[in-house]
Design a protein around this ligand. Structure first.
Ligand SMILES: [Zn+2]
Length: 286
């Protein structure tokens, strides 16, 4: 989701395939890294990757704005301080805004597997969708097919492992919901993009809730941290833990997103961990 104030600037409810905004004058263009990117609209907002860090993560977002023109303007205009490498439109067109070699500004304050400069290690893809604040429509099939094709290319070129194709909400659980529980991670995984196991069925019974202090909370926090989530190991089910569980559910158990660590959530997390390649296990939480 983007920060900004385009939100009230006129909702275009007609979902026509509008012509793309023209690139900003004087911005140097470049050859797209992905052969399926149809357009380049260069963004002014990027820098160098810290210490030459090569990207090995793909971070997926939704634009969270009522119209695509506003979203593109936000991501490309000087002074907004936000950008992404790619934007995927609802009709499946792919626009590149920042060369993959550069550090785009999409993650904000975030962390994963002990690393907190997520912009330096990732490639950011903004998927056009109005988001939770604007009715949160389903993602059209054509758009998802384009996201899959784009990600597959990046994974091959950049050697990105499946379990490092992540949601913005995974790396910033207290601030972000995107791309949200409607994002079809299972379809992505069926096409070889992202790490996914069939979520364990939801059954009756108590889950771990806010305020609980116990060894099972500690075990849960350790398991989440082993997978990559930034969560302190305290043994207390505090707000931070609940937000991380909520982010986990949005991605891996989207049928119920309530922040309660129920049996299904715990079992799904265990089977994800069990299916990670051992050499990629995140360093155990400190
Ligand atoms: Zn985002």
């Amino acid at each position: 989701m983007l920060i900004g104030s385009f939100a009230s600037a006129g909702i275009d409810s007609k979902r026509r395939a509008a012509p793309l905004p023209r690139p900003i004058a004087n911005m140097k263009t470049f050859t797209p890294d992905s052969s399926i990117a149809s357009d380049v609209i260069p963004s002014a907002n990027f820098g160098e990757r810290n210490k030459g860090r090569l990207p090995d993560m793909i971070l997926l977002h939704y634009t969270g704005m009522p119209d695509v023109e506003g979203a593109i303007a936000q991501l490309c205009t000087v002074g907004t301080d936000v950008s992404a490498h790619y934007i995927v439109l609802e009709d499946g067109r792919i626009v590149q805004c920042v060369p993959e070699a550069k550090r785009a500004w999409h993650a904000g304050v975030s962390s994963w597997a002990g690393e907190d400069d997520i912009n330096s290690c990732s490639i950011g893809i903004e998927i056009v969708n109005r988001g939770h604040d604007w009715g949160y429509p389903d993602y059209p099939r054509r758009q998802i097919a384009a996201v899959i094709a784009l990600c597959r290319g990046i994974m091959l070129r950049r050697n990105v492992p499946s379990h490092r194709v992540l949601a913005h909400s995974d790396v910033a659980p207290s601030r972000k919901k995107d791309p949200g529980e409607k994002f079809p991670w299972h379809s992505m995984a069926n096409s070889g993009v992202g790490h996914w196991v069939q979520p364990a069925p939801i059954v009756r019974g108590d889950g771990i809730k806010l305020g609980t202090i116990s060894d099972s909370v500690r075990d849960l926090q350790q398991a989440l941290a082993r997978y990559g989530y930034g969560v302190p190991i305290t043994g207390k089910y505090d707000t931070t833990t609940m937000e991380v569980v909520t982010a986990f559910q949005r991605h891996f158990r989207p049928l119920r997103v309530d922040g309660i660590a129920d049996h299904s959530t715990l079992v799904t997390l265990q089977s994800l961990l069990a299916s990670l390649p051992a050499e990629f296990m995140a360093v155990a939480a400190r």
